[in-house]
Design a protein around this ligand. Structure first.
Ligand SMILES: [Zn+2]
Length: 469
Protein backbone atom coordinates (compact mmCIF):
# COMPACT_ATOMS: atom_id res chain seq x y z
CA UNK A 1 0.00 0.00 0.00
CA UNK A 2 1.28 3.45 -0.79
CA UNK A 3 0.12 6.88 0.15
CA UNK A 4 -1.83 8.59 -2.60
CA UNK A 5 0.05 11.87 -2.17
CA UNK A 6 3.21 10.02 -3.15
CA UNK A 7 1.71 7.68 -5.66
CA UNK A 8 2.29 7.98 -9.37
CA UNK A 9 -0.05 9.99 -11.59
CA UNK A 10 -2.26 8.08 -14.03
CA UNK A 11 0.17 6.15 -16.16
CA UNK A 12 0.05 6.15 -19.89
CA UNK A 13 -0.24 2.41 -20.16
CA UNK A 14 -3.37 2.39 -18.09
CA UNK A 15 -4.95 5.34 -19.81
CA UNK A 16 -4.01 3.97 -23.18
CA UNK A 17 -5.08 0.47 -22.26
CA UNK A 18 -8.49 1.80 -21.30
CA UNK A 19 -8.62 3.65 -24.61
CA UNK A 20 -7.33 1.04 -26.99
CA UNK A 21 -7.18 -2.52 -25.73
CA UNK A 22 -10.18 -4.71 -26.40
CA UNK A 23 -12.31 -3.61 -23.49
CA UNK A 24 -14.20 -6.89 -23.34
CA UNK A 25 -10.87 -8.50 -22.52
CA UNK A 26 -10.21 -5.79 -19.96
CA UNK A 27 -13.63 -6.47 -18.46
CA UNK A 28 -13.00 -10.17 -18.30
CA UNK A 29 -9.54 -9.76 -16.87
CA UNK A 30 -10.84 -7.39 -14.24
CA UNK A 31 -13.77 -9.69 -13.54
CA UNK A 32 -11.43 -12.61 -12.91
CA UNK A 33 -9.08 -10.55 -10.78
CA UNK A 34 -11.98 -8.99 -8.99
CA UNK A 35 -13.46 -12.34 -8.13
CA UNK A 36 -10.10 -13.33 -6.71
CA UNK A 37 -10.33 -10.13 -4.63
CA UNK A 38 -7.05 -8.82 -5.96
CA UNK A 39 -7.88 -5.97 -8.30
CA UNK A 40 -7.60 -2.42 -7.16
CA UNK A 41 -8.82 0.60 -9.01
CA UNK A 42 -8.07 4.25 -8.42
CA UNK A 43 -10.18 6.92 -10.11
CA UNK A 44 -8.27 10.10 -9.63
CA UNK A 45 -9.60 13.62 -9.20
CA UNK A 46 -13.14 13.22 -10.49
CA UNK A 47 -16.17 15.05 -9.15
CA UNK A 48 -18.39 12.77 -7.06
CA UNK A 49 -22.15 13.15 -6.73
CA UNK A 50 -23.33 12.87 -3.14
CA UNK A 51 -27.02 11.94 -3.14
CA UNK A 52 -27.46 12.89 0.54
CA UNK A 53 -26.49 16.54 0.09
CA UNK A 54 -27.35 16.70 -3.61
CA UNK A 55 -23.92 18.22 -4.22
CA UNK A 56 -21.20 17.43 -6.72
CA UNK A 57 -18.03 17.17 -4.62
CA UNK A 58 -14.99 18.28 -6.64
CA UNK A 59 -11.59 16.61 -7.00
CA UNK A 60 -12.21 13.32 -5.25
CA UNK A 61 -10.12 10.19 -5.54
CA UNK A 62 -12.02 6.93 -5.31
CA UNK A 63 -10.12 3.78 -4.34
CA UNK A 64 -11.70 0.41 -5.02
CA UNK A 65 -10.42 -2.92 -3.77
CA UNK A 66 -12.11 -5.98 -5.22
CA UNK A 67 -15.76 -5.10 -5.45
CA UNK A 68 -15.77 -2.57 -2.67
CA UNK A 69 -15.07 1.16 -2.36
CA UNK A 70 -12.38 1.52 0.29
CA UNK A 71 -11.71 5.27 0.20
CA UNK A 72 -13.06 8.52 -1.20
CA UNK A 73 -10.62 11.34 -0.54
CA UNK A 74 -10.60 15.07 -1.25
CA UNK A 75 -7.60 16.62 -2.91
CA UNK A 76 -4.75 16.89 -0.43
CA UNK A 77 -6.15 14.26 1.92
CA UNK A 78 -3.86 11.30 2.33
CA UNK A 79 -5.23 8.03 1.02
CA UNK A 80 -3.70 4.59 0.66
CA UNK A 81 -3.65 3.33 -2.89
CA UNK A 82 -2.55 -0.25 -3.48
CA UNK A 83 0.64 -0.31 -5.54
CA UNK A 84 -0.96 -2.54 -8.16
CA UNK A 85 -4.03 -0.35 -8.61
CA UNK A 86 -5.30 0.34 -12.11
CA UNK A 87 -5.46 4.13 -12.43
CA UNK A 88 -8.20 6.01 -14.23
CA UNK A 89 -7.77 9.71 -14.88
CA UNK A 90 -10.97 11.25 -13.56
CA UNK A 91 -10.10 14.89 -14.25
CA UNK A 92 -13.07 16.64 -15.87
CA UNK A 93 -15.28 13.63 -15.18
CA UNK A 94 -18.31 13.18 -12.92
CA UNK A 95 -18.94 10.02 -10.91
CA UNK A 96 -22.48 8.96 -10.09
CA UNK A 97 -23.44 6.03 -7.89
CA UNK A 98 -24.59 3.19 -10.16
CA UNK A 99 -28.14 3.91 -11.29
CA UNK A 100 -30.96 1.65 -10.13
CA UNK A 101 -34.19 1.11 -12.07
CA UNK A 102 -36.89 0.59 -9.43
CA UNK A 103 -39.49 -0.92 -11.75
CA UNK A 104 -38.61 -3.49 -14.40
CA UNK A 105 -39.82 -6.86 -15.56
CA UNK A 106 -37.35 -9.51 -16.63
CA UNK A 107 -39.94 -12.05 -17.71
CA UNK A 108 -43.24 -10.25 -18.41
CA UNK A 109 -43.64 -8.82 -21.96
CA UNK A 110 -40.26 -10.31 -22.91
CA UNK A 111 -41.92 -13.73 -22.73
CA UNK A 112 -44.53 -12.71 -25.31
CA UNK A 113 -41.76 -11.36 -27.56
CA UNK A 114 -39.69 -14.58 -27.25
CA UNK A 115 -36.83 -12.73 -25.57
CA UNK A 116 -35.17 -14.08 -22.44
CA UNK A 117 -34.23 -11.73 -19.63
CA UNK A 118 -30.52 -12.46 -19.86
CA UNK A 119 -30.49 -11.03 -23.40
CA UNK A 120 -31.34 -7.50 -22.25
CA UNK A 121 -29.11 -7.39 -19.16
CA UNK A 122 -26.10 -5.82 -20.99
CA UNK A 123 -28.41 -3.07 -22.24
CA UNK A 124 -29.08 -2.01 -18.65
CA UNK A 125 -25.43 -2.02 -17.71
CA UNK A 126 -24.53 -0.04 -20.86
CA UNK A 127 -26.95 2.63 -19.65
CA UNK A 128 -25.19 2.80 -16.27
CA UNK A 129 -27.99 0.85 -14.57
CA UNK A 130 -26.10 -1.38 -12.18
CA UNK A 131 -29.08 -2.72 -10.20
CA UNK A 132 -32.63 -3.70 -11.08
CA UNK A 133 -35.65 -3.99 -8.84
CA UNK A 134 -37.95 -6.46 -10.48
CA UNK A 135 -41.58 -5.63 -9.71
CA UNK A 136 -43.52 -8.77 -10.49
CA UNK A 137 -42.54 -11.76 -12.56
CA UNK A 138 -42.93 -15.49 -12.83
CA UNK A 139 -40.68 -16.63 -10.01
CA UNK A 140 -38.81 -19.56 -11.58
CA UNK A 141 -37.85 -17.68 -14.74
CA UNK A 142 -37.02 -14.50 -12.77
CA UNK A 143 -34.78 -16.48 -10.42
CA UNK A 144 -32.90 -17.95 -13.39
CA UNK A 145 -32.34 -14.45 -14.81
CA UNK A 146 -31.07 -13.27 -11.42
CA UNK A 147 -28.70 -16.26 -11.23
CA UNK A 148 -27.45 -15.53 -14.75
CA UNK A 149 -26.82 -11.90 -13.76
CA UNK A 150 -24.90 -12.93 -10.65
CA UNK A 151 -22.76 -15.33 -12.70
CA UNK A 152 -22.00 -12.69 -15.37
CA UNK A 153 -21.14 -9.53 -13.41
CA UNK A 154 -19.10 -8.07 -16.29
CA UNK A 155 -22.19 -7.80 -18.48
CA UNK A 156 -25.14 -7.71 -16.07
CA UNK A 157 -26.59 -5.47 -13.40
CA UNK A 158 -27.50 -6.86 -9.98
CA UNK A 159 -31.00 -8.30 -10.09
CA UNK A 160 -33.33 -8.19 -7.08
CA UNK A 161 -36.43 -10.31 -7.54
CA UNK A 162 -40.03 -9.81 -6.58
CA UNK A 163 -43.07 -11.98 -6.02
CA UNK A 164 -45.40 -12.63 -8.92
CA UNK A 165 -48.22 -10.07 -9.09
CA UNK A 166 -50.37 -11.05 -6.09
CA UNK A 167 -53.80 -10.62 -7.60
CA UNK A 168 -57.43 -11.69 -7.61
CA UNK A 169 -58.89 -14.69 -9.44
CA UNK A 170 -58.17 -14.86 -12.31
CA UNK A 171 -54.97 -12.79 -12.26
CA UNK A 172 -55.03 -9.89 -14.75
CA UNK A 173 -51.67 -10.98 -16.19
CA UNK A 174 -51.81 -14.73 -16.31
CA UNK A 175 -48.14 -15.09 -17.29
CA UNK A 176 -46.80 -13.41 -14.14
CA UNK A 177 -49.77 -13.21 -11.76
CA UNK A 178 -50.73 -15.42 -8.82
CA UNK A 179 -54.20 -15.49 -7.35
CA UNK A 180 -54.45 -14.97 -3.59
CA UNK A 181 -58.10 -14.63 -2.72
CA UNK A 182 -58.25 -15.42 0.97
CA UNK A 183 -56.18 -13.88 3.79
CA UNK A 184 -55.70 -17.42 5.11
CA UNK A 185 -53.63 -18.27 2.01
CA UNK A 186 -51.15 -15.44 2.48
CA UNK A 187 -48.73 -16.96 5.01
CA UNK A 188 -48.26 -20.11 2.92
CA UNK A 189 -47.69 -18.13 -0.29
CA UNK A 190 -45.14 -15.91 1.44
CA UNK A 191 -43.33 -18.89 3.00
CA UNK A 192 -42.90 -20.22 -0.52
CA UNK A 193 -41.73 -16.87 -1.93
CA UNK A 194 -39.21 -16.45 0.87
CA UNK A 195 -37.57 -19.66 -0.24
CA UNK A 196 -37.10 -17.99 -3.64
CA UNK A 197 -35.30 -15.11 -1.88
CA UNK A 198 -37.52 -12.32 -3.17
CA UNK A 199 -36.83 -8.78 -1.92
CA UNK A 200 -40.18 -7.25 -2.79
CA UNK A 201 -43.83 -8.28 -2.60
CA UNK A 202 -46.18 -6.75 -5.13
CA UNK A 203 -49.90 -6.44 -4.60
CA UNK A 204 -51.81 -6.12 -7.85
CA UNK A 205 -55.00 -4.42 -9.02
CA UNK A 206 -57.47 -7.25 -8.34
CA UNK A 207 -56.50 -7.61 -4.66
CA UNK A 208 -58.91 -6.22 -2.10
CA UNK A 209 -58.18 -4.79 1.32
CA UNK A 210 -58.48 -7.94 3.43
CA UNK A 211 -55.85 -9.84 1.47
CA UNK A 212 -53.75 -6.70 0.84
CA UNK A 213 -53.52 -5.88 4.55
CA UNK A 214 -52.50 -9.44 5.36
CA UNK A 215 -49.78 -9.36 2.69
CA UNK A 216 -48.42 -6.14 4.23
CA UNK A 217 -48.44 -7.55 7.78
CA UNK A 218 -47.00 -10.94 6.84
CA UNK A 219 -44.46 -9.31 4.48
CA UNK A 220 -43.24 -7.03 7.26
CA UNK A 221 -42.85 -9.96 9.62
CA UNK A 222 -40.47 -11.41 7.02
CA UNK A 223 -38.56 -8.12 6.47
CA UNK A 224 -39.85 -7.66 2.91
CA UNK A 225 -40.71 -4.43 1.09
CA UNK A 226 -44.37 -4.41 0.09
CA UNK A 227 -45.44 -2.36 -2.88
CA UNK A 228 -48.58 -2.19 -4.99
CA UNK A 229 -50.12 -1.40 -8.30
CA UNK A 230 -53.48 -0.53 -6.82
CA UNK A 231 -56.97 -1.10 -8.13
CA UNK A 232 -59.58 -2.44 -5.74
CA UNK A 233 -57.47 -1.52 -2.74
CA UNK A 234 -57.33 2.28 -2.48
CA UNK A 235 -54.18 4.25 -1.75
CA UNK A 236 -55.80 5.67 1.38
CA UNK A 237 -56.45 2.17 2.70
CA UNK A 238 -53.05 0.78 1.69
CA UNK A 239 -51.17 3.68 3.29
CA UNK A 240 -53.23 3.36 6.48
CA UNK A 241 -52.39 -0.37 6.49
CA UNK A 242 -48.64 0.40 6.33
CA UNK A 243 -47.69 -0.28 2.71
CA UNK A 244 -44.07 0.63 1.89
CA UNK A 245 -44.44 1.81 -1.69
CA UNK A 246 -46.91 2.62 -4.45
CA UNK A 247 -46.10 1.85 -8.08
CA UNK A 248 -47.32 4.22 -10.80
CA UNK A 249 -48.47 7.77 -10.15
CA UNK A 250 -51.96 6.60 -11.13
CA UNK A 251 -52.11 4.50 -7.95
CA UNK A 252 -51.99 7.71 -5.95
CA UNK A 253 -54.88 9.54 -7.50
CA UNK A 254 -56.87 6.35 -7.64
CA UNK A 255 -57.65 7.35 -4.06
CA UNK A 256 -59.84 10.22 -5.15
CA UNK A 257 -62.10 7.92 -7.16
CA UNK A 258 -64.99 6.37 -5.20
CA UNK A 259 -63.92 2.77 -4.43
CA UNK A 260 -67.03 1.28 -6.07
CA UNK A 261 -66.06 3.05 -9.33
CA UNK A 262 -62.38 2.19 -9.01
CA UNK A 263 -63.30 -1.46 -8.53
CA UNK A 264 -64.87 -1.69 -11.97
CA UNK A 265 -62.57 -3.67 -14.27
CA UNK A 266 -60.60 -1.52 -16.65
CA UNK A 267 -61.67 1.72 -14.97
CA UNK A 268 -59.31 4.64 -15.40
CA UNK A 269 -60.20 7.70 -13.40
CA UNK A 270 -59.55 11.31 -14.17
CA UNK A 271 -57.03 12.98 -11.97
CA UNK A 272 -58.41 15.83 -9.94
CA UNK A 273 -55.54 17.65 -8.33
CA UNK A 274 -57.85 20.14 -6.67
CA UNK A 275 -59.77 17.49 -4.77
CA UNK A 276 -59.04 18.04 -1.04
CA UNK A 277 -58.83 14.25 -0.68
CA UNK A 278 -55.75 14.40 -2.88
CA UNK A 279 -54.04 16.85 -0.46
CA UNK A 280 -55.00 14.68 2.49
CA UNK A 281 -53.44 11.65 0.84
CA UNK A 282 -50.25 13.52 -0.04
CA UNK A 283 -49.92 14.57 3.62
CA UNK A 284 -50.41 10.94 4.67
CA UNK A 285 -47.74 9.74 2.20
CA UNK A 286 -45.28 12.22 3.74
CA UNK A 287 -46.13 11.27 7.30
CA UNK A 288 -45.90 7.54 6.66
CA UNK A 289 -42.72 7.85 4.50
CA UNK A 290 -44.38 5.76 1.79
CA UNK A 291 -42.35 5.66 -1.41
CA UNK A 292 -44.01 6.56 -4.69
CA UNK A 293 -42.56 5.32 -7.96
CA UNK A 294 -44.24 7.47 -10.66
CA UNK A 295 -43.02 5.45 -13.71
CA UNK A 296 -43.71 8.38 -16.02
CA UNK A 297 -41.91 6.54 -18.84
CA UNK A 298 -44.63 3.91 -19.20
CA UNK A 299 -47.44 6.45 -18.99
CA UNK A 300 -45.94 8.60 -21.73
CA UNK A 301 -44.36 5.96 -23.98
CA UNK A 302 -47.00 3.23 -23.82
CA UNK A 303 -50.29 4.39 -22.34
CA UNK A 304 -50.86 8.02 -23.27
CA UNK A 305 -48.53 9.15 -26.06
CA UNK A 306 -47.14 6.09 -27.87
CA UNK A 307 -48.04 7.57 -31.25
CA UNK A 308 -46.04 10.78 -30.80
CA UNK A 309 -43.04 10.64 -33.19
CA UNK A 310 -40.38 11.54 -30.60
CA UNK A 311 -41.60 8.65 -28.44
CA UNK A 312 -42.20 6.11 -31.20
CA UNK A 313 -38.97 6.93 -33.04
CA UNK A 314 -36.71 7.47 -30.02
CA UNK A 315 -33.18 6.24 -30.78
CA UNK A 316 -33.27 4.54 -27.36
CA UNK A 317 -35.74 2.02 -28.80
CA UNK A 318 -33.30 0.99 -31.53
CA UNK A 319 -30.95 -0.59 -28.99
CA UNK A 320 -33.46 -3.27 -27.95
CA UNK A 321 -33.54 -6.65 -29.74
CA UNK A 322 -35.64 -6.64 -32.92
CA UNK A 323 -38.00 -9.31 -31.53
CA UNK A 324 -38.97 -6.97 -28.70
CA UNK A 325 -39.29 -3.87 -30.91
CA UNK A 326 -41.44 -5.72 -33.40
CA UNK A 327 -43.69 -7.05 -30.67
CA UNK A 328 -44.38 -3.64 -29.15
CA UNK A 329 -47.03 -2.46 -31.71
CA UNK A 330 -48.93 -5.74 -31.23
CA UNK A 331 -48.89 -5.32 -27.46
CA UNK A 332 -49.96 -1.67 -27.70
CA UNK A 333 -52.95 -2.76 -29.73
CA UNK A 334 -53.74 -5.65 -27.40
CA UNK A 335 -53.62 -3.29 -24.40
CA UNK A 336 -55.84 -0.69 -26.07
CA UNK A 337 -53.13 1.98 -26.09
CA UNK A 338 -53.12 4.90 -26.53
CA UNK A 339 -55.85 5.41 -23.93
CA UNK A 340 -57.71 8.57 -23.04
CA UNK A 341 -59.13 10.31 -26.10
CA UNK A 342 -57.64 12.79 -28.53
CA UNK A 343 -53.96 13.62 -28.66
CA UNK A 344 -54.69 16.96 -26.98
CA UNK A 345 -56.62 15.30 -24.14
CA UNK A 346 -53.89 12.74 -23.67
CA UNK A 347 -51.20 15.41 -23.54
CA UNK A 348 -53.22 17.23 -20.88
CA UNK A 349 -53.59 14.01 -18.91
CA UNK A 350 -49.85 13.38 -18.97
CA UNK A 351 -49.22 16.99 -17.92
CA UNK A 352 -51.37 16.28 -14.85
CA UNK A 353 -49.30 13.20 -14.02
CA UNK A 354 -46.22 15.41 -14.07
CA UNK A 355 -48.01 18.06 -12.01
CA UNK A 356 -48.89 15.47 -9.39
CA UNK A 357 -45.28 14.26 -9.37
CA UNK A 358 -44.19 17.84 -8.69
CA UNK A 359 -46.81 18.17 -5.95
CA UNK A 360 -45.57 14.98 -4.27
CA UNK A 361 -41.95 16.09 -4.49
CA UNK A 362 -42.63 19.57 -3.09
CA UNK A 363 -44.65 18.11 -0.24
CA UNK A 364 -41.71 15.86 0.69
CA UNK A 365 -42.92 12.46 -0.55
CA UNK A 366 -40.03 10.05 -1.15
CA UNK A 367 -39.92 9.33 -4.87
CA UNK A 368 -38.35 6.34 -6.58
CA UNK A 369 -37.20 6.27 -10.20
CA UNK A 370 -38.58 3.36 -12.17
CA UNK A 371 -39.60 2.82 -15.77
CA UNK A 372 -41.69 -0.35 -16.26
CA UNK A 373 -39.31 -1.55 -18.99
CA UNK A 374 -39.75 -3.51 -21.25
CA UNK A 375 -43.37 -2.42 -21.78
CA UNK A 376 -43.91 -1.02 -25.30
CA UNK A 377 -41.45 1.73 -26.16
CA UNK A 378 -39.95 1.64 -22.66
CA UNK A 379 -36.59 0.18 -23.66
CA UNK A 380 -34.53 -1.63 -21.03
CA UNK A 381 -31.73 0.62 -19.79
CA UNK A 382 -31.94 4.01 -21.43
CA UNK A 383 -35.59 4.52 -20.47
CA UNK A 384 -34.26 5.28 -16.98
CA UNK A 385 -32.55 8.35 -18.48
CA UNK A 386 -35.89 9.30 -20.01
CA UNK A 387 -37.51 8.89 -16.59
CA UNK A 388 -34.88 11.18 -15.04
CA UNK A 389 -35.52 13.74 -17.80
CA UNK A 390 -39.29 13.57 -17.17
CA UNK A 391 -38.82 13.91 -13.40
CA UNK A 392 -36.76 17.05 -13.99
CA UNK A 393 -39.33 18.33 -16.48
CA UNK A 394 -41.93 17.76 -13.73
CA UNK A 395 -40.08 20.13 -11.43
CA UNK A 396 -37.50 18.05 -9.56
CA UNK A 397 -34.00 19.54 -9.48
CA UNK A 398 -31.53 17.18 -11.23
CA UNK A 399 -29.98 16.32 -7.86
CA UNK A 400 -33.36 15.16 -6.53
CA UNK A 401 -34.03 13.02 -9.59
CA UNK A 402 -30.59 11.44 -9.17
CA UNK A 403 -31.19 10.88 -5.46
CA UNK A 404 -34.33 8.94 -6.40
CA UNK A 405 -32.47 6.77 -8.93
CA UNK A 406 -29.66 6.00 -6.47
CA UNK A 407 -30.17 6.32 -2.71
CA UNK A 408 -33.97 6.11 -2.59
CA UNK A 409 -34.05 3.11 -4.92
CA UNK A 410 -31.31 1.43 -2.87
CA UNK A 411 -33.33 2.03 0.29
CA UNK A 412 -36.45 0.50 -1.30
CA UNK A 413 -34.30 -2.57 -1.95
CA UNK A 414 -33.15 -2.48 1.71
CA UNK A 415 -29.65 -2.25 0.24
CA UNK A 416 -28.71 1.24 1.43
CA UNK A 417 -25.76 -0.17 3.38
CA UNK A 418 -24.24 -1.57 0.16
CA UNK A 419 -25.65 0.54 -2.69
CA UNK A 420 -26.87 4.01 -3.58
CA UNK A 421 -23.85 6.23 -2.95
CA UNK A 422 -20.11 6.38 -3.51
CA UNK A 423 -19.08 5.76 0.07
CA UNK A 424 -16.31 3.67 1.62
CA UNK A 425 -17.64 0.24 2.54
CA UNK A 426 -20.26 0.19 -0.21
CA UNK A 427 -20.04 -1.79 -3.42
CA UNK A 428 -18.14 -0.13 -6.25
CA UNK A 429 -21.06 0.54 -8.60
CA UNK A 430 -20.11 3.78 -10.32
CA UNK A 431 -20.97 5.56 -13.57
CA UNK A 432 -18.30 7.91 -14.87
CA UNK A 433 -19.74 10.74 -16.98
CA UNK A 434 -18.07 13.22 -19.33
CA UNK A 435 -20.34 16.12 -18.28
CA UNK A 436 -22.10 17.35 -15.16
CA UNK A 437 -25.67 16.01 -14.83
CA UNK A 438 -26.53 18.75 -12.32
CA UNK A 439 -26.11 21.28 -15.16
CA UNK A 440 -28.29 19.26 -17.52
CA UNK A 441 -29.88 15.95 -16.58
CA UNK A 442 -29.37 14.68 -20.15
CA UNK A 443 -25.67 14.50 -19.31
CA UNK A 444 -26.39 11.21 -17.53
CA UNK A 445 -26.26 9.76 -21.03
CA UNK A 446 -22.65 10.85 -21.55
CA UNK A 447 -21.26 7.67 -20.03
CA UNK A 448 -17.56 6.95 -20.35
CA UNK A 449 -17.24 3.98 -18.05
CA UNK A 450 -19.57 1.81 -16.04
CA UNK A 451 -18.08 0.14 -12.98
CA UNK A 452 -20.08 -2.75 -11.53
CA UNK A 453 -18.66 -4.18 -8.33
CA UNK A 454 -15.18 -2.97 -9.30
CA UNK A 455 -15.41 -4.33 -12.86
CA UNK A 456 -14.75 -1.63 -15.45
CA UNK A 457 -16.80 -1.74 -18.65
CA UNK A 458 -17.45 0.49 -21.63
CA UNK A 459 -21.01 1.03 -22.88
CA UNK A 460 -20.12 0.45 -26.55
CA UNK A 461 -18.78 -3.02 -25.75
CA UNK A 462 -21.77 -3.93 -23.62
CA UNK A 463 -24.12 -2.90 -26.42
CA UNK A 464 -22.35 -5.36 -28.71
CA UNK A 465 -23.53 -8.15 -26.39
CA UNK A 466 -27.20 -7.30 -26.94
CA UNK A 467 -28.72 -9.42 -29.74
CA UNK A 468 -29.78 -7.37 -32.73
CA UNK A 469 -32.45 -9.80 -33.86
ZN1 LIG B 1 -44.78 -3.10 -14.08
Amino acid sequence: MSNFANSRPPTDWVSSSLRTCAPIVLCLVMACLSQAGETSLCIERCAVFDPESGKMLPERTIVVRGEQIVAVAALGEGVDVPADAVHVDGRGKFALPGLIDAHVHLVHVLDFAHVTGDEVLPLYLAAGVTSLRSTGDEIVAATLVARFAAAHPASSPRVFTCSPLLDGEPPIHRDVGRAVTDPAQVAGVLDDLQRWHVTTLKIYAGTGRDVGRTIIDEGHRRGLFVTAHLGKYSAQQAVADGIDGLEHIWSVFNYVIPPQVAAQPGHRGTLDLDNPLCDALVAELVRSKTYVDPTLAVFRNMILLPDVPEVRDSPDNDLAPRRLREFWPTYLQRSGCPQGGTLEQRRREFAKYQELTRKLFRAGVLLLAGTDAPEPQVPPGFSLHQELEMLVESGLPPAAALRSATLHNATALREQERLGSITPGKLADIVLLAANPLDDIRHTRRIELVIRGGIVCRPADLLKLVPKD
